[in-house]
Design a protein around this ligand. Sequence first.
Ligand code: AMP
Ligand code: ZN
Length: 464
Amino acid sequence: MLRFYNTLKGEIETFKPIEPGVVKLYTCGPTVYDYAHIGNFRAYIFEDLLKRTLKYFGYRVIHVMNITDVDDKTIAGSKREYKSLNEFTEKYIKAFFEDIKTLNIEKADYYPRATEHIDEMVKIIKGLLEKGHAYEKDGSIYFKISSFPNYGRLSKIKIEDLKSTGRVDTDEYTKENIHDFVLWKAKKEGEPFWETELGPGRPGWHIECSAMSMKYLGETFDIHCGGVDNIFPHHENEIAQSEAYTGKKFVNYWLHCHHLIVNGEKMSKSKGNFYTLRDLLAKNYNPKAIRFLLMSTHYRKVLDFTFEGLKQANSAIQRIQNFIYELENEDFHEGESKEVKEILIETSKQFDEGLEDDLNISVSLTALFSMIKKINILRNKKKVFKKDVENILKWLKKINTVLGFLEFEVKKELPPDILAKIKEREKARREKNYALADKIREELFKKGIILEDTKEGTRWKIIK
Ligand code: AMP
Ligand code: ZN
């Protein structure tokens, strides 16, 4: 039974989708004015873990992630570079898709762009005006928060304390003040605009997520995610405008991941304390280690980014990878052991229980590492057999549908100079020059390569 912490309820709840077996999921996507930083990717990896976990437990997931391609920042960027809005954002949209591929994040089913859903937004804003939840001022249209008594339920801002401090026209907002937020912005000189029934202008930021989620997932759907910084005002505003429009509950489960921080501060573009994925790849960090690092701290805990942490993530992956490599390449005797079978059943149970408990990945990973340790002890005692290895590898492949950072059947190639050394040693052995053969064996061992002489010839194994 899957359980998640629902921000709306402020507690852990058993997950039950509206339609049995199907989960409708919406996650707030990138604002495409720059490359995404790894703080953003923490959110996207958490969402990927959630989605893969849902699939692992047998659900079909319909996932929508929006692309914010019109807002204050994208407009400012396009002006700075003397480009059309589309031309400017296209570069970052392309980079975003490359980055999620690098991090092995599964693609959403839909990536709606704000600029392609103006009609849907206009329709909702018109409805809100008709129902008295919105008003017009100087060509812009604002949502009247006093018309929506439930305002504040998600972020736990007390309604009695709500003091409207007037209207805000920007997509950049302060967290401290409650405002009537902008739904539609009147046309401004030098900014892109759309001619609509609401007059010429462009949408505010929040409305796009209501319009696009409802279009692809229906008026009420299962899960909505983002980082904790999205809770207020973005998600609070999404709830207000959506529920005021439909009269129905907007979303059943709200899941938010905590921040990635650097030196005690949230990683963000505005603070300048960020690394993009590309920055880290340029420093030769392994994308799988980045994925591991972003995933392995529970999503509701703050994750402190350090290069030391990234190195440790890399060694953790190497430990599992070596184990896989050895299982795939060593010879095991025919047969199956009861002991291994029991370890696997217990590990698999713990792994699943971790995930079921609000995506407690640390429990799942601990189970995995502890299994590797136990199996290695049995391997040393020659108590692991062919069928066991098959079962372990099958299970590892299964859990990799969730983890997404393991590799199987990787053909490791040795550099030519090492291969030449192995040939030289084989020749020495044929010529019974065992002193030279041993010397080469020792030399290669120091480089992390173990040689084994069999009837079929010399076999090698990489140990580091
Ligand atoms: P943005 O492009 O700023 O709208 O952010 C896209 C997603 O990344 C949102 O879900 C944010 O909550 C999330 N996000 C931004 N910065 C961080 C951070 N430092 N740690 C975790 N998530 C973040
Ligand atoms: Zn959103």
